[in-house]
Ligand binder design. Structure first.
Ligand code: PLP
Length: 445
């Protein structure tokens, strides 16, 4: 059984502060106070010795993208083979961060554009991101918001957060609020309690989600006090961010157990990273370890086009290959959805291997994970009802409240019977421009 506060961790703690004991090590604020921010400190604490030329380049990299590692996360690096260590690679500078590829962007997801008020990203119809913290326990080298890392770390004050809360209050279609950042768990329990209380007082907010990497890089943040506070605001869902099985240490497992025991449904969002986890066996091991700790793999992200991440990117084919190795081969709930976050703010797009091989009016030809090709006979009789959205007179039972009315958009709109739009047309379509203003919405004349 692995230990918390191993000999190696004690050595690191003692180098930082000679008299430190287990109580200090398990104090998250101690880790924040002693966050490792220089190359020399990394050498001193881990015993790794970098080449002088490398160090010069590291320094240049650090000038652009700063370094910050918790003593805990540093302590799980394996020094002997550090150059190939998945923990080291996520935490420590890489000179390739300075390479800017043509396709890379500062804000690939256009988050700054979809922001109606400061602190809110409203991209999907019924849910918003509320940025409550600009602070992280560690600066992940693969951060999608890398452009912002190291910009003044600050926690927005109540006035600033109230602007976001006010927006949510005035936007009744928002039923799901995601606290994001930075890392929301770097707020104090009291501050987080205040935010959750404010959100809970909004009748249309059904669920609250928190995205945090603290279980991975600062597991001691998950205290009894924290989970007992969160429990009062249920339903609260938490998504964390494990990328490699090595990150599921005794300390991380303890943190996950505390949250699961508090009745918090746990999910995990991994990022597919070259030379870290771009391997079907590593991914399978990761998802198995997650479910053993009551964490459901939620998303596997294709690495974003953010500046300085080119060395982490894999082809999409690698992700499909990994999905192919998981679907059918392991428990359904251990399989995440593989998504590409569309550059330009299009949101998450799921990508899957193809399982439908062909189709006729009465048969679908499918293949399974083993390569067996099979036929699904469509029903001989299926009365397709024309849906006019008059749910009150429909035979299917659904209690619709007035607030549930909505207009379909996108492909759902094209598929619907109650809306006569027949095509979605790019806004810069010349053919449509020549036609003049009529028929812009694709309606048949
Ligand atoms: C990911 C994301 C969400 C949440 O999406 P889900 O698919 O519901 O998890 C919401 N808003 C933004 C801007 C996002 O990037």
């Amino acid at each position: 059984m692995e230990k918390i506060f191993t000999k190696h961790q004690q050595d690191i703690a003692h180098k930082i502060e000679p008299k430190s004991v287990l109580k200090n090590w398990k104090d998250w604020k101690w880790h924040m106070r002693h966050a490792v921010k220089t190359i020399e400190e990394v050498e001193n604490l881990t015993g790794i010795k970098f080449e002088p030329e490398d160090k010069k380049r590291f320094q240049e990299t650090q000038d652009k993208f700063p370094l910050s590692i918790t003593p805990y996360y540093l302590s799980i690096i394996k020094k002997e083979n550090y150059k190939n260590d998945p923990v080291f690679k996520q935490a420590f500078l890489d000179n390739r961060e300075l390479i800017v590829a043509n396709s890379e962007m500062g804000d690939p997801l256009s988050e700054d554009h979809d922001s109606p008020v400061p602190g809110i990203t409203h991209r999907y119809p019924d849910r918003v991101l509320l940025l409550v913290s600009n602070v992280c326990a560690m600066y992940c080298r693969h951060c999608t918001r890398k452009r912002k890392v190291g910009d003044q770390d600050y926690i927005p004050n109540k006035e600033q957060i109230k602007q976001g809360i006010e927006y949510i209050k005035n936007t009744p279609q928002v039923r799901d609020v995601l606290l994001s950042g930075g890392d929301p768990f770097l707020l104090s329990d009291d501050y987080l309690d205040w935010i959750l209380t404010e959100l809970r007082a909004i009748p249309h907010v059904q669920i609250i989600r928190i995205g945090t990497r603290t279980p991975v890089v600062l597991p001691y943040r998950i205290t009894d006090d924290l989970v007992n506070m969160i429990k009062k605001h249920h339903p609260v869902w938490i998504n964390t961010h494990f990328n490699h099985p090595r990150e599921l240490t005794a300390s991380a497992k303890e943190a996950l157990a505390k949250m699961a025991d508090a009745g918090i449904p746990l999910g995990n969002q991994s990022v597919l990273l070259a030379d870290v986890n771009d391997c079907p066996r590593i991914m399978k091991d990761l998802v198995h370890k997650l479910v053993m700790n009551r964490v459901r793999p939620y998303y596997l992200y294709q690495c974003d086009l953010s500046e300085g991440l080119s060395h982490f990117r894999t082809p999409v084919g690698k992700g499909i290959e990994i999905m192919e190795s998981l679907i059918g081969h392991t428990s359904g709930f251990a399989v995440p959805t593989y998504v590409i976050d569309a550059p330009g703010g299009g949101g998450k797009i799921p990508v899957m291997p193809n399982y439908i091989i062909s189709w006729s009016t009465n048969k679908v030809i499918l293949r399974n994970y083993e390569g067996v090709i099979t036929t699904y006979q469509e029903p001989e009789k299926y009365e397709s009802t024309i849906c006019d959205r008059n749910c009150k007179d429909c035979n299917l039972e659904l209690d619709v409240e007035s607030g549930d009315e909505y207009n379909a958009i996108g492909i759902e709109q094209l598929l619907s019977d109650y809306d006569d739009t027949i095509s979605l047309v790019p806004s810069n379509n010349e053919r449509y421009e020549r036609r003049g203003d009529e028929n812009q919405d694709g309606e048949q004349s």
